[in-house]
Design a protein around this ligand. Structure first.
Ligand code: ISJ
Length: 355
């Protein structure tokens, strides 16, 4: 992909790029007050939701097109660029008609290729920056598919927004970050800027600073943070919005690590890591060899592959062993589950071989 910077100038020094503004534009006064406060703090890009995709009908679905002239005023009075979410062709037309500078595609929309294609089709021939949020489900290919649809429409000023992923299980997060997904996107598309959305990942004000710092530590390029002049009275997402004052405080305390190159000091430690990874691989290969032998035995003796009592015992013992030497139990569980799944697959393959 041949991308252009989303904004000029975008330099290493300008990291992180910050986009801030209320979840929703509610009234002209709330929009303008918040915008002026943010502009006074040096924020250069203002976000506001105009059309809000709500889980159930009856919630506040955004003010709609009447809010677009308010954003035009924001731009005229503060000089900030304006950004809104678009989910349909009509939204794109309206946004462009009112001179909105940046469009973003929401997580629910990204999950739907028909909707993304509809938006891409109307963007054909338009030069506007587009930010693509991750789909609600942790599917990196679906995310990349949406990026490609927009890219194929000729949009070159592209970036993605990592806003976390929906989960049925209770979690401290509103949308679990699953950092490995944006990391995989970075591996596959190294030139694609990634903007983190700590407001939607955390769902709570208290989590915004730490999630933002994590994003910066992963070299993400920007942050999109919900900020409202009076968060407790917000019409949507009040728990995750912060005042421009709090936003300024958080931004001042973020540590931006600029050192990109590997230093000599790291090379010694990295050799150690290489060495340890080699040992891990050898041990894993040995374990699968033994598992194959067990599989052969089971085949000869008519035993089923899955042995839940044994598996349960392994999980239980290894997790407490791990915890006793300072390894996170949840992490150990994930590793053991992955190993077991592969071990069972290897044995099943063996069982079903005819000879
Ligand atoms: C290796 C075995 O087969 C399966 C795989 C296991 C493993 O890899 O640890 C454990 C139990 C079984 O479900 C076994 O029965 O011991």
């Amino acid at each position: 992909m041949e991308l252009k910077p989303i904004f000029e100038p975008m330099t290493e020094e300008s990291r992180p790029l910050v986009i801030a503004g209320p979840c929703s534009a509610e009234t002209e006064e709330q929009t303008l007050t918040t915008a002026h406060q943010l502009a006074d703090k040096g924020i250069q890009i203002f976000r506001a939701g105009i059309w809000k995709p709500r889980t159930k009908p009856g919630g506040f679905e955004g003010v709609g097109s009447v809010g677009l002239p308010w954003l035009k005023r924001v731009k005229q009075e503060t000089g900030m660029l304006t950004a809104i979410e678009v989910a349909t062709a009509k939204h794109v037309y309206e946004a462009l008609k009112y001179g909105i500078d940046i469009l973003w595609i929401g997580a629910r929309t990204t999950a739907n290729p028909f909707a993304v294609q509809e938006i891409a089709d109307v963007l054909e021939g338009v030069d506007v920056p587009v930010l693509i949020k991750n789909p609600v489900n942790p599917d990196v290919d679906l995310w990349i598919g949406a990026i490609e649809r927009v890219y194929n429409a000729g949009i070159r000023r592209l970036a993605v927004i990592h806003r976390g992923f929906s989960t049925y299980d209770k979690s401290v997060y509103r949308n679990i970050p699953q950092w490995h997904i944006p990391i995989e996107l970075r591996r596959r598309m190294p030139e694609m800027p990634i903007i983190c959305d700590p407001s939607h990942i955390g769902g709570r004000r208290e989590l915004i600073a730490s999630i933002s710092q994590q994003a910066l530590d992963l070299q993400f390029e920007g942050l999109i943070i919900e900020s409202h002049c009076n968060p407790d009275e917000a019409w949507s997402d009040k728990n995750q919005q912060i005042t421009p004052d709090v936003l300024e405080h958080i931004l001042q305390h973020l540590v931006v690590r600029k050192m990109n190159q590997t230093t000599e000091d790291l090379s010694v430690l990295r050799h150690q890591i290489d060495d340890l990874d080699n040992q891990l691989l050898e041990v894993l290969a040995k374990r699968f060899r033994v598992s194959r032998e067990i599989g052969t035995y089971k085949k000869e003796h008519g035993m089923p592959v899955l042995q839940t009592v044994r598996y349960d015992e392994i999980l239980h013992n290894r997790i407490s062993q791990a915890q006793s030497i300072g390894i996170n139990g949840e992490f150990m569980k994930n590793i053991l589950e992955a190993i077991h799944e592969e071990s069972v697959r290897v044995q099943l393959e063996l069982m079903n071989k005819s000879e």
